[in-house]
Design a protein around this ligand. Structure first.
Ligand SMILES: Cc1ncc(COP(=O)(O)O)c(C=O)c1O
Length: 464
């Protein structure tokens, strides 16, 4: 069909990201811009425009005003997604040879930063929902245990990363976690890729952004959880634990020398909107609509899981013994396209456009799927075999750059991986470069291969 044709083709129900729903919920100013003569907005870092790292010009003014609006010291717009800004943050937080504590459900971009920054990822285990195969959130006690174990590894820990909310919309008590990290005099970077709209504090019953609990650095993916264009993102910084100059040097290291003015305008537009009363009214009605949809589906016995983000609907397919990946294919055939298909669930992202007539259609399709597969017993997932805190057996960067050979998974016991094994989405690595494949990890990966047949290969590349 060709990319250009595909881009203009109609898709009936977008329940995937970006959250602007194929333009339906783009900020008014961006829509206006896109209606002008195509390309007039495609400009370089001209004098009046500037760029994310230039102290004068429209972008500097816009960044300053966004930071002021949110109540933080600084912010930087980004054109390489949350990925780019998480990586810049990590390079600003730690030097080569230093360690960063990160949860096992960290996004692959953070591991990549360790790889090229020479950092040591100290990965800590997180609670796990065996009924659906998801990483869960954890509390302060859990984190205290992580710190006790991490100290035994005798590494120079420079910072901690938290991921909140998760892709599926689970959220932790961030205040207590951030306080705990600060009690250890460490800075915390919060990957809030999925929680940008929470900075608007629209409702008291929704999670609050980690910004309001004093997180030192927070990264938002503006296309995932605000109405930005794909690749738009923002990094917020506050307090005196991280030097802004280090952040700028790191952004400069990784950012293109020609950031797109359209994407930067989209950063501005999607952030400003989060504080405009008209948009907040619209957001509120989207949330209410989502809650009605959820109630309707639950009343019709569609198995939905509880989370903290009303705009993310998690269909619990494994409750009926079904794979979310297979169920996703059926929904796609019926022209409902979800976001995150996993072995035990299928997560739909409602985004910021309206889905008023979705309920009945959803129920009909789900019932057809159940009839055609036949109801099966609930499927339980085995907890991953991770120790509470672990560090790679060999440095990530060394392993990644090592000569390698390809071995079948079952023959990989005792070998050291040179790569990530990482189903995408969600982009959470199951194995990272430098980790050793012991028996339990190999058994678990073989089992995971059964659940993610197209995403996990039969082989792994290991140091030769
Ligand atoms: C938790 C989390 N962090 C970061 C990212 C990267 O976001 P982006 O696509 O904006 O680079 C993702 C993408 O899936 C994610 O799920």
């Amino acid at each position: 069909m060709g990319l250009l044709n595909l881009l203009s083709a109609d898709r009936s129900e977008n329940l995937f990201l970006p959250a602007h729903g194929r333009g339906g919920a783009l900020p008014k100013n961006i829509r206006k811009l896109l209606k002008l003569r195509p390309g007039v907005w495609d400009l370089p870092e001209l004098f009046e425009i500037g760029g994310p790292l230039i102290s004068e010009g429209a972008i500097a003014e816009s960044q300053n005003s966004s930071a002021m609006q949110v109540g933080v010291d600084r912010c930087w717009y980004g054109v390489n997604g949350a990925t780019g800004l998480l990586q810049s943050s990590l390079l600003a937080l730690a030097r080569p040879g230093q360690a960063v504590l990160m949860p096992r459900n960290v996004h692959k971009s953070c591991i990549q930063a360790c790889l090229f920054g020479g950092l040591i990822p100290l990965l800590f285990d997180v609670p796990y929902f065996t009924d659906r195969g998801h990483a869960s959130v954890f509390d302060r006690k859990w984190l205290q245990r992580v710190f006790r174990k991490a100290k035994q590894l005798d590494e120079d820990i420079a910072a901690v990363v938290l991921v909140n909310p998760t892709y599926q919309g689970y959220s932790a008590d961030m205040e207590s976690l951030i306080n705990e990290i600060h009690a250890h005099s460490l800075p915390v970077l919060v990957d809030e890729a999925h929680g940008a709209y929470l900075i608007s504090q629209i409702r008291a019953d929704l999670p609050r952004s980690a910004i309001y609990f004093g997180a030192d650095l927070v990264v938002h993916s503006l296309h995932k959880s605000a109405s930005g264009l794909v690749q738009s993102a923002v990094l917020w910084s506050q307090g005196n634990k991280v030097d802004p100059l280090k952040i700028e040097r790191s952004i400069d290291l990784l950012q293109t020398s020609s950031p797109s003015s359209l994407l930067l305008a989209s950063c501005e537009g999607s952030i400003k909107e989060l504080f405009e009363s008209k948009w907040l009214k619209k957001l509120n009605s989207r949330i209410e609509e989502a809650e009605l949809l959820r109630d309707f589906l639950i009343n019709k016995e569609v198995p939905l899981l509880q989370n903290s983000d009303p705009l993310r609907i998690i269909l619990h397919t494994s409750k009926f013994g079904l794979s979310g990946i297979e169920v996703d294919k059926r929904f796609i055939k019926k022209r409902i396209i979800g976001e995150l298909a996993e072995p035990g669930t299928l997560t739909f992202c409602l985004g910021f456009s309206s889905h008023k007539r979705l309920g009945k259609r959803f129920v009909r399709i789900w019932n057809e799927i159940l009839t055609s597969f036949g109801q099966q017993k609930p499927c339980l997932f085995k907890r991953p075999p991770f120790s509470i805190v672990s560090k790679p057996y060999k440095p990530c960067s060394y392993s990644w750059a090592s000569n390698f050979e390809k071995v079948n998974l079952q023959d990989a016991i005792g070998r050291i991986s040179v790569e990530m094994v990482c189903p995408y989405p969600p982009g959470i690595p199951l194995l990272i470069p430098g980790e050793i494949l012991d028996q339990s990890r190999v058994d678990w990966l073989i089992e995971q291969k059964y659940f993610w047949p197209d995403q996990i290969p039969d082989f792994v590349r290991v140091i030769s």
